[in-house]
Design a binder for this molecule. Structure first.
Ligand code: ADP
Ligand code: MG
Length: 339
C-alpha cells in the first residue's frame, strides 16, 4: 500500500483556517477595525456595501506599512505584535495571532493601499485566493486602506449560509459599536450603501456613550470608578429607572477588549438587586483594567471569551464598585412623603 497523507496547499489550508476567524462579514469588520486601532489611527472609517457581502473597507490614518510589510501581512502567522509566547501574556494590542489578514485574503478579493509617513510613495497590492496578483507603488495619504470584496466568493457553501442583509448589517453595527465604544478618542464613521450610518467624533467616554446609545441617557447615568492594586474599573451605568425590558445596552471591556461574560453580567445584576424589576436590564459600559498576566485572551479565535486568573475577585470587585456608585449618587428611589 502506498502512503496516503499529503500536505494541503497553502491556499486551501488558509481557506479552512479562515473559517475559524471569519464566519461572516461582521467578523472581518472586527478584525480590520482592530488592526486600525493597533496601528494608532486617530480616524477610522468603515465603508460597507450590501451588508458587507459586496464590500468591506476600512480606511485609517495610522502607522501604515512598508512595501515588504504590505506583502507580508497576508502571510499566515505574520504579525508585528508578538515575538514569543511570553509576549502573549503582556499583550497590549487587540491583535496578536497574525491570522486575520491571511484569512481574509483566503476568502475575499483584497485591495490594500498603505503608506508610512516616512515613505515617499505608498504600496498598492491586490490579493486573491491568498496570492498576490498585483503590486505597484501608489500615491496615497499616510495610513492604510483595506478593501475586501465579494466575501466567500470562492467558498459558495459559506456564502449561502449568510443571512439577510438586515441581519448581517446588525452584526456589523454591533462589532462597530463595540470597537468605537472602547476608543472614544478615535473618530469613527460607518457608511452603508453610500449612506452615513454613524459619525462619531472623538471625545470623552461619556460623549461616546451618548453618541451611540442616545441622548436619553444624558443625566441618567452615574459614573463608576474604583481602583485597587489588582485592578481598576471605570465607566458608566444607567440609573435604575432607565433599565429596559431587553438586554442590549450592556458592554464589558477587559483591557479595552469587548468580552461576553455571563458571570460578570451576573455581578452587575446582583448589585442592582431590588432597585429594578426582576425582568429588566440596566445599561452599563464598564472597563476593567488589570495586569495582562492575569488574563488569558487566547482561548478563542475571536477573543470574545477570556479566562481570568482569579474570576471570584473580579466578581466581588465589580459588584462592590457598582453598589458603591449607586449608593454614592443616592439613586435609591426617592420617597415621596404625603405631608
Ligand atoms: P495581527 O493583528 O494579529 O498581528 P493581522 O493578520 O490582523 O494580524 O495583521 C498582520 C499584520 O499586518 C499586523 O501585525 C500589522 O503589522 C499589519 N497591519 C494590519 N493592518 C494594519 C493597519 N491597518 N495598519 C498598519 N499595519 C497593519
Ligand atoms: Mg489583527
Amino acid at each position: 500500500m502506498p502512503d496516503k497523507i499529503q500536505l494541503l496547499p497553502d491556499n486551501i489550508a488558509n481557506q479552512i483556517a479562515a473559517g475559524e476567524v471569519i464566519q461572516r462579514p461582521a467578523s472581518a469588520v472586527k478584525e480590520l477595525l482592530e488592526n486600525a486601532v493597533d496601528a494608532g489611527a486617530s480616524e477610522i472609517r468603515l465603508i460597507v456595501q450590501d451588508a458587507g457581502k459586496a464590500l468591506i473597507q476600512v480606511v485609517d490614518n495610522g502607522s501604515g506599512m512598508s512595501e515588504t510589510d504590505a506583502r507580508m501581512c497576508f502571510e499566515r502567522h505574520a504579525t508585528s505584535k508578538i515575538k514569543s509566547i511570553d509576549d502573549l501574556f503582556h499583550i497590549r494590542t487587540m491583535g496578536f495571532r497574525g491570522e486575520a489578514l491571511a484569512s481574509i485574503a483566503a476568502v475575499a478579493q483584497v485591495e490594500l493601499k498603505s503608506k508610512r509617513a516616512e515613505d515617499e510613495a505608498g504600496t498598492y497590492i491586490e490579493v486573491e485566493n491568498s496570492r498576490v496578483q498585483k503590486q505597484e507603488p501608489v500615491a496615497v495619504a499616510n495610513g492604510t486602506s483595506i478593501a475586501m470584496k465579494n466575501l466567500f466568493f470562492n467558498v459558495p457553501a459559506r456564502r449561502n449560509f449568510l443571512k439577510s442583509n438586515a441581519a448581517e448589517m446588525r452584526h456589523i453595527v454591533d462589532e462597530f459599536i463595540r470597537v468605537a465604544m472602547a476608543f472614544p478618542d478615535i473618530l469613527f464613521t460607518l457608511t452603508h450603501n453610500e449612506q452615513q450610518v454613524f459619525y462619531l467624533e472623538a471625545g470623552s467616554l461619556k460623549q461616546r456613550i451618548l453618541q451611540i446609545l442616545g441622548n436619553p441617557y444624558n443625566a441618567k447615568m452615574v459614573s463608576v470608578k474604583d481602583n485597587t492594586a489588582y485592578l481598576n474599573i471605570h465607566g458608566f451605568i444607567g440609573k435604575p429607572e432607565t433599565a429596559k425590558k431587553t438586554r442590549g445596552d450592556q458592554y464589558f471591556f477587559v483591557n479595552n477588549r469587548f468580552i461576553k461574560s455571563a458571570y460578570l453580567n451576573h455581578a452587575v445584576m446582583n448589585a442592582y438587586q431590588e432597585m429594578i424589576p426582576a425582568d429588566s436590564f440596566p445599561m452599563y459600559v464598564l472597563f476593567i483594567e488589570l495586569d495582562p498576566t492575569q488574563v488569558d485572551v487566547n482561548v478563542h479565535p475571536t477573543k470574545q471569551e477570556i479566562k481570568f486568573e482569579d474570576e471570584k475577585i473580579i466578581y466581588a470587585f465589580v459588584q462592590a464598585a457598582i453598589k458603591h456608585s449607586l449608593a454614592q449618587f443616592s439613586v435609591t428611589p426617592t420617597l415621596d412623603f404625603d405631608l
